[in-house]
Design a protein. Sequence first.
Length: 115
Amino acid sequence: MPKEYPIKKFLGTGNYLARMTFAPNRKKYRTSMKVTIEIFDGRNRDVVLECTNIAHVGGKILNFYKERTGLDLEMRRFARWFIDYLVEVNIEPPEMEKLIRDLNRLLKKYSHEIE
């Protein structure tokens, strides 16, 4: 049976919750992490985002946040939320500065793939 990951409040938004599902036996952060992100609007699943690397995770969440709230999501705030989630599901997270560097570098590289 697949591991059930927690549903957490989504970056301070009122109605949105999110669950991230990682590859089985994932123990440590990698930039090439495959992640499925489910975003719920209240009790209803609203969006499923399939991501093949950390740039997709960051880019798709940043785009979703802007589309739904009309605001830009600060990279540091996203990084803190992501790191906290990794810790909760027992995946060794990177240092915040490393995650932010990875995101900035890879978002530029993969920007054409992120919608």
